[in-house]
Ligand binder design. Structure first.
Ligand SMILES: [Zn+2]
Length: 319
């Protein structure tokens, strides 16, 4: 390796090391923050090209600075609850209101209409009402869904579920759901060779779709809003949630929590009130740098950033 090649190789290595350094530490040539999540992560081919040419190209294809959260936050957390269960209006809603925190409730209209005045109050307080279908179809592997199994559904059936749920929520509460939660986290219709994904329908009708139960957070610059990861909130103590928050924070990411009932009992599908309170307290502490908001609010920020970034990249490519 001659001295020029060696120097270029070292410069390249420095650039790659900077990429791996994480948010707040890595800096681009222009001094902007690289962050851990933007388009600064290079593919194997790009890195090989860099090494071949001996010239660091790390930042050349990056049109915009790395992804950033509003107001200098380091990550986002959204709390969501499914099915419009009574404990959500009786327990979760007043608890969240005590902290001034807004959450997302993925509702099925049959449940919502039984407590319509309460759900109107939830919506007027600024919480998000999302779509969770009318009949909550899941795989027939779930006993409760055996007579309404996704394996016997078509994409048309699924689209009707979404449209009708939106219509009934709007009639009952005057708001049109902007985001969707997949019942049971299932994203398909049909059986065997006739299985189809219904994710594209969610992309067509909604700003975002939340999955369940997922292991991981969402990477803001690259995630598909139509199939967001939703990590189970139920039954967990605060330390466990804190572990998830820390991992998402280190990645500058968006942690979406998904629960069902809210209460003090230790039972299946119950998000613990002490955990819920602790998450609110922790996330509201300004030093923790967390944007705690509804799925729709965070998804809008990501949608706008992803669209603008795509536009800028296209512009650069056609130059
Ligand atoms: Zn559900």
């Amino acid at each position: 390796m001659d001295s020029v090649t060696r120097r270029n190789f070292l410069e390249t290595t420095v650039a790659i090391t900077a990429l791996a350094a994480g948010p707040g530490r890595a800096r681009a040539d222009d001094g902007s923050d690289v962050g851990a999540t933007g388009y600064r992560t290079r593919s194997g081919t790009e890195v090989s090209n860099m090494l071949e040419s001996g010239k660091p190209k790390v930042y050349e294809s990056t049109v915009r600075p790395g992804f950033t959260w509003p107001e200098g936050k380091r990550m986002a957390v959204s709390m969501s609850f499914d099915d419009a269960r009574p404990s959500q209006v009786d327990v979760a809603f007043p608890l969240l209101e005590d902290f001034g925190v807004k959450a997302t409730f993925y509702v099925c209209p049959d449940n919502l209409e039984k407590r319509v005045d309460d759900w109107r109050a939830v919506a007027s307080a600024g919480h998000e009402l999302g779509n969770h279908t009318v009949s909550h179809p899941c795989s027939g592997n779930f006993e409760f869904s055996r007579g309404n199994a996704l394996e016997s559904y078509t994409l048309d059936d699924m689209e009707k579920e979404m449209v009708e749920c939106n219509r009934r929520v709007e009639t009952a509460c005057g708001v049109v759901p902007a985001t969707f939660a997949y019942p049971c986290g299932n994203t398909f219709v049909g059986h065997g060779k006739k299985v189809r994904s219904y994710v594209p329908l969610v992309a067509k009708h909604f700003l975002a779709g939340r999955g369940f139960p997922s292991e991981w957070h969402n990477a803001p610059a690259v995630c598909d809003l139509a199939q967001l990861n939703g990590v189970s909130f139920d039954g967990l103590d605060f330390n466990t949630i804190l572990g998830l928050i820390d991992k998402a924070g280190a990645d500058g990411a968006w942690l979406v929590l998904a629960g069902h009932d809210a209460g003090d009992e230790d039972a299946r599908q119950v998000t613990r009130c002490d955990t819920l309170r602790a998450v609110c307290e922790y996330a509201l502490e300004p030093d923790h740098g967390i944007w705690l908001d509804t799925v729709a609010a965070v998804a809008k920020h990501l949608r706008d950033w992803q669209a603008e970034n795509k536009r800028q990249r296209k512009k650069t490519e056609t130059r």
